[in-house]
Design a protein around this ligand. Structure first.
Ligand code: FMN
Length: 213
């Protein structure tokens, strides 16, 4: 039987992307996001209007999408309640976010120079996409103030470990994306560790009862 449910969240499960973007002082900001979808060499990114990443992407017109594998979950979670913006919105402050200008160090991740854009790549991510921003569209609704940001992939860097040998394709069996589903982390279809985002958002869940890693 179906019931009419006023669902509060529609995050059904999407890969986590670590977005690199350039801060006004020239350093690289890094932020996890998962409201992304792909078509050809294009991606659409749904990003909160107040996040540092949104401002950086729209100001500079470029960024790097680093696709996070499931085994980076602990590193990603360390970034969950951080922002590269010194001015926190009241909502972020209440949720437990804090300002952190050195995201790579906070996450324990390694910087790698990009080839076509200024923001650095995340060396530990086996798929790194250098991108340029080609458009954006405001989303102003009762539930969200955000930007849908259209980016085009300029250059893809792929580790041999996730490439089908001798081809220009990702091996779907080798690539195990970190999935964010209703604010909790999953890999290979299974729950991973309790998520700080889920705690900050006070999301109901069962992860604490049945962690597998
Ligand atoms: C796994 C995960 C997925 C997230 N997905 C999104 C997202 O799709 N869009 C968004 O605006 N924020 C998302 N966030 C929250 C941002 O990471 C958060 O707003 C962060 O402060 C942005 O950093 P910045 O202000 O330095 O750009 C996500 C956080 C986590 C941990």
């Amino acid at each position: 039987m179906h019931r009419v449910v006023p669902l509060k969240v529609h995050y059904y499960g999407t890969p986590v992307v670590l977005v690199s973007s350039t801060n006004p002082d020239g350093t690289t900001n890094l932020a996890p996001m998962s409201s992304a979808w792909w078509l050809g060499q294009n991606a659409m990114l749904g990003l909160g209007a107040s996040s540092r990443t949104t401002h950086n992407l729209l100001r500079t017109g470029e960024g790097v999408l680093n696709l996070a594998p499931a085994d980076l979950v602990d590193h990603v979670d360390r970034l969950a309640l951080l922002t590269g913006s010194p001015d926190l919105s009241p909502h972020k402050r209440e949720t437990g976010y804090r300002y952190e200008p050195r995201k790579f160090e906070a996450a324990g991740l390694t910087r790698q120079r990009s080839e076509l854009v200024a923001p650095e790549r995340v060396a530990e991510c086996p798929i790194q996409l250098e991108c340029r921003v080609t458009g954006h569209y405001p989303i102003d609704s009762a539930s969200t103030t955000a930007q849908a940001i259209h980016v085009e992939v300029l250059r893809a860097h792929v580790a041999d470990s996730v490439r089908l040998p001798g081809s220009d394709h990702i091996d779907p069996q080798a690539w195990d994306p970190l999935i964010m589903k209703f604010c909790d982390y999953f890999g290979d279809g299974r729950p991973l560790v309790p998520s700080r985002l889920a705690a900050g958002w006070r999301m109901p869940g069962r992860l604490e009862e049945s962690p597998t890693a």
